[in-house]
Design a protein around this ligand. Sequence first.
Ligand SMILES: [Fe+2]
Length: 252
Amino acid sequence: MDFLTLEKHLDGILSAPEFADYGPNGIQVEAVGKPEIRKMAFAVSSSLDVIQKAASQEADALLVHHGLFWKNVQPLRGSLALKISTLMTSGIHLYAYHLPLDAHPELGNNAPVLRRMGAENPERLADIGFMGELPAEISVESYCRLVDSVYGNNAIHIIPEEIKSGNRGIQKVGIVSGAGYSYFEKAIAAGCHAFISGESTEWVYAMAREAGVIFSAVGHNKSEEIGVTNLMEFVRSQWGLETFFIGEKNPF
Ligand SMILES: [Fe+2]
């Protein structure tokens, strides 16, 4: 597949031009003189480790959720220079899709998690998040087990007293991946019994207890593996490219 054709397809599928993002979506680094993509790596972040692994496995392209360029212009020095020179000398196009991948209702980091948890028709929560109803009200123990099994790790769950004591079950769940804790108040206002994000911060503990809503921090990196692996599967099945995922042991 031609590298520009792939960008056009991905931009269209993810509605990328519709997002005012923190950085450019689409091709961030072009491997000049190498138009054809046959083998493509996928990862959450464009760390040096990820780029070196993509190079050692001779990928023609690397698609990440967190690209190398954000709002500020940076000089190409240190690890940034090394990452870009590795991409260029190895002939790897770097594609980045950030908010469009969080927000996508079928492939993204949020709605598909709710479907895996059993919520059939997730609805939008603010701009990039989703919320949905589990098929039945479940206990706090079952809920925490469900979240941990969907993400494959042990999340930090802040459980308010009234839920801990068994007085209330969990059915309506909101999700905003990554550093989505700032959406917690919106999820509470929308009537969610529980909210999932990647990261957390100090005030979340009190807000969860005061609102009587569970907050689960599953890890920023972990919360955003789902979107890139869904997109990887889509690219493989749609266009027959050879694909592979580069996971990182990033606990945050
Ligand atoms: Fe993120």
